[in-house]
Write a protein of this length. Structure first.
Length: 104
């Protein structure tokens, strides 16, 4: 029995591979450019080299963490829109509003 390959499966794999490579390449380019701009900005505003580097890394790290959270929520079928109560409590600024709402 000959090994018959489904051309659609092979085509799908090729498209997925090219997509993954493209996304990774663009993400690396964006991260390098973003890092350089943020580090230079921090240096121009008086931050030490180590501090400017950490600032740039932390901002890019937050972008990666947020992107992974959105991807995970999407895969789990969860809504990406926060509920009003969650957004208010997470911001801290909404705490008086939540306290007031609890009294009503």
């Amino acid at each position: 029995m000959a090994d018959e390959r489904d051309p659609m499966r092979s085509s799908d794999r090729c498209v997925r591979l090219v997509t993954v490579i493209s996304v990774v390449l663009l993400a690396v380019i964006a991260a390098v450019v973003s890092f350089g701009h943020m580090r230079e900005f921090a240096l121009r505003h008086g931050e030490a080299r180590w501090s400017a580097t950490l600032i740039a890394l932390s901002v890019d790290g937050m972008v990666v963490a947020a992107s992974m959270s959105v991807l995970l929520a999407s895969k789990m079928g969860r809504s990406l829109e926060p509920r009003r109560d969650e957004a208010a409590s997470a911001s801290g600024a909404g705490r008086p509003l939540l306290a007031q709402r609890g009294r009503q």
